[in-house]
Design a protein around this ligand. Structure first.
Ligand SMILES: Cc1cc2nc3c(=O)[nH]c(=O)nc-3n(C[C@H](O)[C@H](O)[C@H](O)COP(=O)(O)OP(=O)(O)OC[C@H]3O[C@@H](n4cnc5c(N)ncnc54)[C@H](O)[C@@H]3O)c2cc1C
Length: 415
């Protein structure tokens, strides 16, 4: 049997499992995905509620992601871009901080915004210039440290770090302490500088849906919870057993650690987030931009209005407001506390907003400490099975896809 004819059992139909399956299928191998839930996508799914599209947690696809961009048909995802920059809610009002390289007309406004010093803005420009010229491989070879130390070493003032980076990257890393790897910071900074943060017009769930649609019929089994794995076989909760030439565990890290009984994989500490959705009669922003909490206090980290980018996200005549709160804060009155806080941002109209749904996502991102990402072959082999997912390469859509692709390449490589 040639390597390409192998039958490969893949546990998990998130982006890593789907990317792995697709690469295997395109080279003639026979992947079979066992997905425990009722749909593909894992942490990237979209629910439909009363005509609204609710992504399970606010997230964006960076259209400069190199490998995800190559694997996906970006055109048919109909990506809608956020404007490059952000609005910062300060106690003194809303301030605009734009990427002036792409929106030069905001040069003065951004330079004068009370967010960091003028020297900080020059440091941002220098960082941008340097990182856009580096390849991901070069970034992966850099000394790794916490993002906080990196920014301090780069000379940024405390007011820039506290007033901008903690809110902007707090929404990306899901932690304000900026303890995430500086390589991850450099990589995402480069992606933001080279492209746009986007949403597919019909929701983030279109990304896994597109990958799944390119697999042959019968390649994905939904509701198939895997309880045991061995090097050449898996067992489902129902007791059914399947045999193959290779087994890939493409679940999140904590589940993988439980399934790979030989141990070795330690479950990560997770970064969590709570995402609240509200229906509004009109958009509080009225533009495709992310608004950040620049006050340093309060529950809310960031707010955006997906329907400003893509009207498909809300029924005609309504706006969908997405509010992210770091952690899985669980007071019974979370919704009313968030609304009370947002009145200071957007005024009394907030009182008319209708709460749609709240997602509390305990396992959103595996902690990515310095020295943990962007290294090695992009997969691991433990106890005779392959492990892939965002915990191996980088905690992102790109990282999950890269890990899936590398795993498939390793399986296909003639031994
Ligand atoms: C709220 C939030 C915001 C984010 N923001 C961004 C962002 O803006 N940009 C970005 O690039 N990334 C972002 N990410 C990260 C990105 O979504 C993830 O890194 C990526 O989707 C992980 O994919 P994965 O395939 O590795 O894992 P998962 O998506 O976790 O997929 C694992 C799959 O395995 C299945 N599974 C688990 N156990 C079993 C079992 N026993 N049997 C069968 N199936 C099983 C699960 O149901 C799941 O479908 C965000 C994530 C979250 C949650």
């Amino acid at each position: 049997m040639s390597a390409a004819e192998k039958k490969v059992l893949i546990v998990g139909g998130g982006l890593a499992g789907l990317a792995c399956a697709l690469r295997l299928h395109e080279t003639g191998a026979r992947p079979l995905i066992f997905e425990g839930s009722d749909g593909v996508g894992g942490r990237v799914r979209t629910d439909h509620l009363d005509g609204f599209l609710l992504d399970r947690g606010f997230q964006v696809f960076l259209d400069a992601y190199p490998e995800a961009g190559e694997l996906l048909d970006k055109e048919s995802l109909d990506l809608r871009a956020f404007r490059p920059g952000a609005l910062m809610h300060k106690t003194s009002g809303m301030r605009r901080v734009m990427d002036v390289f792409r929106e030069p007309r905001h040069l003065m406004e951004s330079a004068l915004a009370p967010v960091g010093s003028f020297a900080d803005k020059l440091r941002v420009a220098r960082l941008r210039w340097r990182l856009t010229r580096l390849t991901t491989e070069e970034i992966a070879g850099h000394e790794d440290m916490t993002t906080e130390s990196y920014l301090q070493r780069a000379g940024f003032s405390a007011s820039m770090i506290d007033g901008f980076f903690r809110s902007f990257y707090g929404g990306i890393f899901l932690e304000r302490e900026l303890q995430t790897s500086s390589r991850m910071f450099e990589f995402t900074f480069k992606m933001f500088s080279q492209g746009s943060a986007t949403l597919p017009a019909r929701g983030m769930g279109e990304i896994p849906r597109q990958l799944a649609s390119r697999l042959p019929p019968g390649a994905i089994r939904l509701g198939a919870q895997v309880t045991q794995i061995q090097p050449g076989s898996i067992t489902l909760e129902s007791g059914e057993q399947f045999h193959g030439d290779a087994v890939v565990v493409a679940t999140d890290a904590t589940t993988a650690a439980g399934l790979v009984s030989a141990g070795g994989t330690v479950g990560p500490v997770w970064r969590s987030v709570t995402c609240l959705y509200f229906a509004a009669a009109r958009s509080p922003l009225d533009e495709s931009i992310i608004a950040l909490n620049g006050t340093g206090s309060g529950l809310v980290n960031n707010v955006c209005v997906p329907s400003d980018l893509a009207p498909e996200y809300a029924p005609r005549g309504q706006a969908l407001v997405s509010v992210s709160v770091r952690g899985t804060v669980d007071p019974d009155d979370l919704e009313s506390r968030v609304l009370a806080e947002l009145e200071a941002w957007f005024g009394g109209a907030v009182r008319e907003w209708r709460h749609l749904r709240t997602y509390r996502i305990g396992r959103a991102l595996p902690r990515q400490s310095p020295g943990t990402g962007f290294t090695g072959p992009g997969f691991r082999k433990e106890a005779g099975v392959y492990l892939c997912g965002d915990h191996i390469w980088s905690a992102s859509i790109e990282g999950a896809i890269i890990s899936g692709l590398r795993t498939a390449d390793a399986i296909l490589k003639p031994s």
